[in-house]
Structures are given as C-alpha cells and as structure tokens.
Design a protein around this ligand. Structure first.
Ligand code: E4P
Length: 223
C-alpha cells in the first residue's frame, strides 16, 4: 500500500517524508486555494520537495485542447508530474492523447465502477475513486474500491487504484484489506494512524516505572 499525501502544504510533505511514509502527493484546486499562494510557485516547491515521487497536479480546463495544453505545461515543471484529469468525455479524449506522449494521468472525480473501468481502458496510470464524498451522500464508498480492484484484476488492467477523499483511519484499513494500490490522505489522517490510547498509556507507565530503576546508563551522571 502506497501512501500519498493529499495536500499543498510543504511542511506536511516534509514531515511525511521525514517519517519515511511518503510515496507521492496529490493536490487539487481546493487544496491549492487553501495555501493562498500562486499555484506555480506552490506546485514547483511540492515537486522539488517530493522528487522523485509522483505529484498529481490538476488541470482546470474542461475542453480537450485546454486540458492537453495545461497537462503539457504541468509536465514541463517536472518529470514527477502526474496530470490529474477529470472523468469526463473530454478528459478521456485528452488521456488518449497524453498516453501517447507518455504523460502519466490520474483520473479524478471517479464515483462509479463504470467510470473506473473507462479510466483503466483509456490507459490511466491512476484512478481516483472519491470514497468520502460517496459516504457523505449515503453510498458506501468502499464498495467502489472493491469493485475497481476486482474489475482491474479480472481483466489485467495495470491502472492503480488510488483511494481518494479519505476521511479517517478505518478507510485506510479497509482499503488495505481490499488490496487497493494507493491511499491518498490528508496529513491529519496520516497522524491519526500513529495513535492508540494504549500506546500513550503504556509509554506513560514505562516512563514512570523507569524513574524507579536504580542507576541510569543514559545520564552523564548516573543516579
Ligand atoms: C484526491 O486526489 C482528491 O483531491 C481528494 O482526496 C479529495 O478529497 P475530499 O473529498 O476530502 O476533498
């Protein structure tokens, strides 16, 4: 299971990398807006910080020519760029061309098994089913991950299932049980993965008991 960070915040990317848990980064226009900084500046910092790991940067054009132009521009910023293209008719047409130019594509805003199938048939490197947003409208997002993983296995598609719109740690566990390839998560969820109250309580007790141990080999002046 690869861990991607769903963020445009450089400090978060640096911290995830320092922990050794960073396999890539995904961004979107909403995350870029939160930075309040010019997109090209932020994107290039992300690319540099994450290199050589893949970074998904999203096109904002909705027509084929516009998507192609933007995807090529984004890809010119770094060889670790993955062009994020929405699941639309124009998006799939653009993907068909970008594939020939060897520009990797992450198909975003995927909400059904048929959309996941189309993305794979079109030759996407990643498909991003948004499970949290499906949960939000009363559908079971994780069922879509099961379907996509099963369909790709049945037909030998190489497109990687990138679980997106992750809201909490159990989404990660479920995605791992199903065998999804990648999970992209907010930094807050990555931090939550470390947490267990028994770890905190256990550490507190060990440290308290350690005070009762005679002699401390780690102190310069042993007690
Ligand atoms: C990932 O590529 C998406 O941008 C992201 O996971 C969307 O998450 P959200 O539904 O929390 O906005």
């Amino acid at each position: 299971m690869k861990f991607f960070l769903d963020t445009a915040m450089i400090d978060e990317i640096k911290q995830a990398k320092a922990w050794g848990f960073l396999d890539g980064v995904t961004t979107n226009p909403s995350l870029a807006a939160k930075t309040g900084r010019p997109f090209k500046t932020v994107a290039q910092e992300i690319l540099k910080t994450a290199a050589p790991l893949p970074v998904s940067l999203e096109v904002v054009a909705t027509d084929v020519e516009g998507m192609l132009e933007q995807a090529r521009e984004l890809y010119s910023w770094g060889k670790n760029v993955v062009a994020k293209i929405p699941m639309t008719e124009a998006g799939m047409q653009a993907l068909n061309i970008l594939k020939k130019e060897e520009i990797p594509v992450n198909v975003t805003l995927v909400f059904s098994a048929n959309q996941a199938l189309l993305a794979a048939k079109a030759g996407a490197t990643y498909v991003s089913p948004f499970i949290g947003r499906l949960d939000d409208v009363g559908e079971e997002g994780m069922r879509l991950i099961e379907d996509a993983v099963r369909i790709y296995k049945n037909y030998g598609f190489s497109t990687q299932v990138l679980v997106a719109s992750i809201r909490h740690p159990m989404h990660i566990v479920e995605a791992c049980r199903i065998g999804a390839d990648v999970a992209t998560m907010p930094f807050s969820v990555l931090r939550q993965l470390f947490k267990h109250p028994l770890t905190d309580a256990g550490l507190k007790k060990f440290l308290a008991d350690w005070e009762k141990v005679p002699g401390n080999p780690f102190e310069k002046v042993p007690r």
